[in-house]
Design a binder for this molecule. Structure first.
Ligand SMILES: Cc1cc2nc3c(=O)[nH]c(=O)nc-3n(C[C@H](O)[C@H](O)[C@H](O)COP(=O)(O)O)c2cc1C
Length: 228
């Protein structure tokens, strides 16, 4: 396993090797399946890592390659805010929210079934509410200055629509595709087209952030108040 102090060099090596082939790069510090990885989400550890990756991309002749960071839904609200502030300060292009969760709350499975399933990240429906909450929090903090990519529990067109209205420019689905099958993207796209029309927009892009608080206001719990 890579010792933590070597993480920036390790990420930089991967970034340099992948740079020629990538359209954008996401620094994933949020998988629960790699021991210690999520500790890198702390801003003091994340900053040098991003700096190293940026330098590696420049080295590889791709200084303008969009750079994003992917975060866990299990971060405390203030840590989500800290990542948002870091993204602004470091000029990151985007934040991907969220990875899978280590939480086992609110499941319909029995405690024995949950225990038998073992450790690791949980994807899909159990993630939906928190993933949307993290997205709303990020949007309230960064507005439209940083691209937000929503992922986690998106199963229906309505789910994707809620993410777009909350501020996501891009929406990803993994578990939805696994359970929905190969025609799942088409169903979501058609449903989205209907929702866009019904809401009186002429494109999905027009609806990005439609439900988000106006700039200058921030989320405190579920309430909106003037940003300090
Ligand atoms: C089988 C599987 C493998 C995954 N591997 C990765 C990975 O290598 N890197 C990563 O950032 N996220 C990984 N994820 C997390 C997904 O990218 C996504 O953030 C998460 O599953 C939540 O989305 P969903 O509810 O649509 O599945 C994986 C998820 C699944 C189910």
């Amino acid at each position: 396993m890579t010792p933590e102090e070597d993480a920036p060099a390790d990420y930089a090596t991967s970034a340099r090797r992948l740079a020629p082939y990538a359209d954008y790069m996401v620094v994933n510090v949020s998988s629960p399946n790699t021991p210690g990885l999520r500790d890198l989400q702390g801003v003091e550890r994340l900053r040098p890592l991003l700096t190293a990756v940026r330098a590696a991309l420049a080295d590889a002749g791709r200084p303008a390659l969009p750079l994003l960071v992917k975060i866990a839904p299990d971060l405390a609200d203030e840590d989500v805010d800290a990542v948002a502030d870091l993204a602004l300060a470091e000029g990151l292009d985007g934040i991907v929210a969220t990875n899978t969760t280590i939480s086992r709350e609110g499941l319909s499975a029995t405690a024995e079934e949950v225990e038998a399933a073992g450790a690791g990240g949980l994807s899909g429906a159990p993630l939906k509410d928190r993933s949307l909450e993290v997205l709303r929090r990020l949007r309230a903090r960064v507005g439209d200055r940083v691209t937000l990519v929503a992922v986690g529990g998106v199963e229906t067109a309505e789910d994707a629509w809620a993410r777009i209205r909350a501020g996501a420019t891009l929406v990803q689905g993994y578990t939805g595709l696994i359970y929905g099958g190969p025609l799942w993207p088409r169903r979501v796209h058609r449903g989205l087209a209907r929702l866009v029309r019904e809401a009186g927009y002429s494109s999905v892009g027009e609806a990005v952030g439609a439900d988000a608080p106006p700039p200058g206001l921030s989320l405190v719990g579920d309430d909106v108040e003037a940003a300090s």
